[in-house]
Design a protein around this ligand. Structure first.
Ligand code: ATP
Ligand code: MG
Length: 360
C-alpha cells in the first residue's frame, strides 16, 4: 500500500513554534526521508471560515502567511503538494455524504470540540459548520487516501473520528476508503506546547505565541517575560521545572550541542534542571540560554522567509499548481465514493438496462 501524508493548518494567523514542534518540523523530516509516496499539505481556509465567517479578510490574508511559513520551514513544493482547501470543492461533497454516517452526540463527545467551543464562547450560537468540522477533516484525510497524519495531540479525536467514518463507510458501501493513523511528536513536551503565558496550549486564538517569523528582538522580549515558577522568587530558592514554560521549551528545542556551544556550565538539560530544583539557578540565565537555543532554529527559517517574501506571485503559483493536482486526486476518490454509494447514475449501464427491462 502507498504511504501518503495529509496534514495542514488553518490560515487564522502566522504559524508559531507550537505548530513547528507539533507537526511542521516532523513534516519536513518525513518529506526529506523519501519514505512517502505522496505528501499533501493543506491550508484549511474552509475550516477557518467555520469560526470566522464574518471575517473572511483575515482568512484571505493569512493564506500567503501560512504558505510562507511552510516554505521557510523547509517544505519543498517539488516534494510536497501545497494546496488550498476551498480550491478542492470535492472535499465539500465528501463531507456532505459523510455527515450521514456520524451522530450529533458523537460530535458532542469529541473532547477537542468541547474545549474549542468553550474557548470560543459560542454559548447557544454554535455555527453548524464549526460543529461539523471533524467530519470535514475526515473528508480531507480520506480524499487523498492518507495513511499518516502528522499532528499535535489535539488532533487525536479528529483522526479517531475519521477512522470511524472509514469503518462505517466501508462496511455499508464496500471497501473504498483508507484508514489513516495519527503520527504524534515523539517528544512529550511537543504534543501540546504551552503558550508563553504558561496556558495549556500555544494558540493563535489565545495570543500567547512565539511566531516562526518573529524578529530576534521580539523573540527576546517574549522569552524574557515568559511564565516560569511563580514561587521561584530569589535565585537561591528551589524551583519547579514541571509546568515551567522555559523548561518545557528547552525540552522541545534543546540539543546536546547547545550546552557546549553556549558554555552554560551543564553537560545536559537534566543537570541544568537539577540545579534549578536545588536552588541557585536564576530565571534570567535560563531564559538567555533559551533565546540562544530558539535563535539557532529560527534564524535559518527567518532568512528563507525573507527570501520568499520577495516572490509572492511565485508563492501563489505554487499553491495554484498544488491545488490543481490536489483536485485531480480528490476527484478520483469522489468518483470511487459515488460508485460505492450507487449515486453514479449516468455511468451505471446496468442500472439503465435494468430499468429499461422493467418497462419493456
Ligand atoms: P486556531 O487557534 O485557529 O485553532 P491553532 O494555533 O490551534 O489555531 P491549528 O491550525 O488549529 O492551530 O493547528 C494546526 C496543527 O498544529 C495541528 O496539527 C495541531 O495539532 C498543531 N498545533 C497547534 N498548536 C499546537 C501546540 N501548541 N502544540 C503542538 N501542536 C500544535
Ligand atoms: Mg486549532
Amino acid at each position: 500500500m502507498s504511504k501518503i501524508i495529509l496534514t495542514g493548518d488553518r490560515p487564522t494567523g502566522k504559524l508559531h513554534i507550537g505548530h513547528y514542534v507539533g507537526s511542521l518540523r516532523r513534516r519536513v523530516e518525513l518529506q526529506n526521508s523519501g519514505e512517502f509516496d505522496k505528501i499533501y499539505i493543506m491550508i484549511a481556509d474552509a475550516q477557518a471560515l467555520t469560526d470566522n465567517a464574518e471575517n473572511p479578510e483575515k482568512v484571505r490574508q493569512n493564506i500567503v502567511e501560512v504558505a510562507l511559513d511552510y516554505l521557510s520551514a523547509g517544505l519543498d513544493p517539488a516534494k510536497s503538494t501545497l494546496f488550498i482547501q476551498s480550491m478542492v470543492p470535492e472535499l465539500t461533497e465528501l463531507t456532505f455524504y459523510y455527515m450521514n454516517l456520524v451522530t450529533v452526540s458523537r460530535v458532542q463527545r469529541n473532547p477537542t470540540i468541547k474545549s474549542e467551543l468553550q474557548m470560543r464562547g459560542f454559548g447557544d450560537s454554535i455555527p453548524v459548520g464549526f460543529f461539523t468540522y471533524p467530519i470535514s477533516q475526515a473528508a480531507d484525510i480520506t480524499a487523498f487516501k492518507a495513511t499518516v497524519v502528522p499532528a499535535g495531540e489535539d488532533q487525536m479525536p479528529m483522526v479517531e473520528q475519521t477512522q470511524e467514518i472509514v469503518h462505517k463507510f466501508n462496511s455499508v458501501y464496500g471497501e473504498t476508503l483508507v484508514e489513516p493513523k495519527i503520527l504524534l511528536p515523539e517528544n512529550q513536551s511537543c504534543l501540546r506546547l504551552p503558550g508563553t503565558d504558561g496556558k495549556a496550549k500555544m494558540s493563535k486564538s489565545l495570543g500567547n505565541c512565539i511566531y516562526l517569523s518573529d524578529e530576534p528582538d521580539v523573540v527576546k522580549t517574549k522569552v524574557m517575560s515568559m511564565y516560569t515558577d511563580p514561587n521561584h522568587i530569589n535565585v537561591s530558592d528551589p524551583g519547579q521545572v514541571e509546568g515551567n514554560t522555559v523548561f518545557t521549551y528547552l525540552d522541545a528545542f534543546s540539543k546536546p550541542g547547545h550546552f557546549e556551544r553556549y558554555n552554560i556550565g551543564y553537560a545536559n538539560l537534566d543537570e541544568m534542571k537539577d540545579h534549578y530544583k536545588r536552588g541557585g539557578l536564576g530565571d534570567v540565565k535560563c531564559k538567555k540560554f533559551l533565546i540562544n537555543v530558539l535563535e539557532e532554529e529560527l534564524a535559518p527559517i527567518r532568512e528563507r522567509r525573507h527570501a520568499w517574501e520577495k516572490d509572492i506571485p511565485g508563492v501563489y503559483e505554487i499553491l495554484r499548481k498544488g491545488s490543481e493536482e490536489a483536485e485531480r486526486v480528490a476527484a478520483e476518490t469522489l468518483s470511487d465514493v459515488r460508485k460505492a454509494m450507487k449515486i453514479n447514475y449516468f455511468e451505471d449501464g446496468a442500472l439503465i438496462t435494468e430499468q429499461a427491462e422493467k418497462y419493456r
